[in-house]
Design a binder for this molecule. Structure first.
Ligand code: BES
Ligand code: ZN
Ligand code: ZN
Length: 514
């Protein structure tokens, strides 16, 4: 079986471009570059004018993700040069470099390159922090080479027998090379964490159900020295976590609450509250339950566990980054199926915190498993609670697959997340929730109902969640539109994206301990 994440060794090297030796040298070029930029004159000369000749033809326009392969003549140390488009010079962001690096390695893998030299950032302006440049390039390569192939036989034509890649980022300036190298180390951890989330989220519903997800969590916890406690259905019953139990009641695979703890504080006190609790929705398959979904696109509902997979991956990332924080990860896991034991429309559930919820639609199950987990999160009195969930189709309609919806009750927290989004390239868009939306969720026969009508339903779903965090600073990310994709891009494969893993790791990296 081929690996989903092929081995990628990333290094930084100070060799000047004309002297670089590799199977392929990758150069980043802005859009509409007609004349060779001065920083590339020497390498172009060494490569027998291969680059300037191509630019003169106008065949390569330099738009983002465009590639062109050149075969330099003469004694140049690289047999191939690849130009990768960086798009508009003015609109270049760190994420442009991340994606360009992904595009480069994917194109390189197609021709079986083993040794690659990367000079994508040579032309970019000095204002960009070299640390972030190194991090983004490294992340882009690790995320770019990922392909889910757990179930592809070696003989299958789609199976990618991608070999080990040794990629060297070229930075002749010593001070910048040092910083790029520091970013490289972070980038490896964040890229791998994201791929870890993708590999679990990509697994199908016949492999991952609540108990097997819990086993996966236990295994990873052991590997990364995290604490892990799993509450099974009996313990959930004892605690009266009736919302999680109701959602999982239709399946033979019973629900679980997976509790992970990363303790990185230098002088830990057992009783000290966590700096953050992160909560992720893990519906291992969402058929809709008795309010069954149409069959079209139902297969994509194996990705309804993405929030939970992200939480698992984020905790492993924290352990590798060795951040001086205490962070709790909560993963409520259930399978939403119709059967004679399922919960039904009209049921009234008494949730873990005592609030009652009238069920209007069993397909609005994410908010139910989350409400019990959020109550549990608030009980630990953390500084912040963050949750990630493929919660609503309405959020997909509102924002498409380009950004996650950001909701919550605390503006400073939202601003920090927006900053982390700019760094990680995992964009968020601030959305409203609050009293008006909460009013939609009121029931005449219970404290709340689980559906508040079609209008603004991503916002009313968020308002519902907000009822379970008490006054803790809280942010909710609706990742329904971004967690998976059926579109392959030049810089990454289709399937689970792991969107949110780097975003939250960046946020947690920015937390100062007190
Ligand atoms: N898991 C879905 C949300 C979803 C939809 C995720 C599309 C990814 C893509 C969620 O459990 C759901 O079914 N929500 C319903 C709620 C409705 C019944 C109030 C929705 O959004 O349609
Ligand atoms: Zn649903
Ligand atoms: Zn769902």
């Amino acid at each position: 079986m081929a690996q989903n994440t092929p081995q990628t060794r990333v290094t930084v090297d100070k060799t000047p471009l004309p002297k670089v030796r590799a199977d392929l040298l990758v150069l980043g070029i802005y859009k509409d570059t007609k004349k060779l930029p001065p920083a590339l004159t020497a390498v172009d000369k060494a490569a027998g004018q291969a680059v300037s000749n191509l630019l003169k033809t106008g065949d390569f326009t330099g738009k983002a993700d465009e590639t062109a392969l050149l075969y330099p003549l003469g004694k140049f140390g690289c047999r191939r040069i690849m130009l990768v488009g960086l798009g508009d010079k003015k609109s270049l962001q760190i994420n442009t470099l991340r994606q360009a690096a992904g595009t480069a390695v994917r194109a390189a893998d197609k021709i079986g390159i083993a040794r690659l030299a990367l000079a994508l950032h040579t032309l970019i302006e000095k204002k960009h922090d070299p640390r972030l440049v190194g991090q983004a390039l490294t992340e882009g390569m690790i995320i770019g080479r990922y392909a889910y192939q757990d179930y592809l036989s070696e003989k299958n034509d789609n199976s990618k027998k991608i070999k080990k890649l040794s990629a060297t980022i070229i930075e002749p300036k010593a001070a910048d090379a040092l910083k790029i190298n520091a970013g490289r180390k972070t980038g490896i951890i964040l890229g791998q964490a994201q791929n870890r989330a993708r590999s679990i989220a990509n697994k199908p519903g016949n492999e991952i159900n609540p108990p097997t997800l819990a086993r996966t969590a236990r295994r990873l916890a052991h590997q990364f020295s995290l604490r892990c406690k799993v509450l099974d259905e009996k313990q959930l019953e004892k605690l009266k976590m009736n919302a999680i139990l109701a959602v999982g009641s239709g399946s033979v695979s019973k629900p679980r609450l997976i509790i992970l703890e990363y303790q990185g504080r230098p002088h830990p006190k057992k009783s000290s509250p966590p700096d953050a609790v992160i909560v992720g929705k893990a519906i291992t398959f969402d058929s809709g339950g008795i309010s069954i979904k149409p069959s079209q696109k139902m297969a994509a509902m194996k990705f309804d566990k993405s929030g939970g997979c992200n939480v698992l991956a984020i905790l492993t990332g924290l352990a590798q980054l060795k951040l001086p924080l205490k962070v709790l990860g909560l993963i409520p896991a259930a399978e939403n199926l119709p059967s004679h034991t399922s919960y039904r429309p009209g049921d009234i559930i008494r949730t873990f915190c005592g609030k009652t919820v009238e069920i209007d639609n069993t397909d609005a199950e994410g908010r139910l498993i989350l409400c019990d987990a959020l109550t549990y999160a608030a009980q630990s009195k953390p500084r912040v609670i963050l949750d990630m969930a493929t919660l609503t189709g309405a959020c997909v309609v509102a924002l498409g697959e380009h950004m996650a919806g950001l909701f919550g009750n605390n503006s400073p927290l939202q601003r920090k997340l927006e900053k982390a989004a700019r760094i990680s390239g995992e964009k968020v868009w601030l959305m409203p929730s609050g009293k008006e939306y909460l009013d939609q969720m009121k029931s005449s026969i219970a404290d709340l109902k689980n559906v508040g009508g079609r209008e603004g339903s991503a916002c009313s779903a968020a308002a519902f969640l907000g009822e379970f965090v008490k006054d803790t600073a809280w942010a909710h990310l609706d990742i329904a539109g971004v967690a998976d994709t059926d579109k392959e891009k030049p810089f990454r494969s289709a399937g689970a994206t792991g969107y949110g893993v780097r975003l939250l790791l960046e946020y947690l990296r920015s937390l100062k301990i007190s």
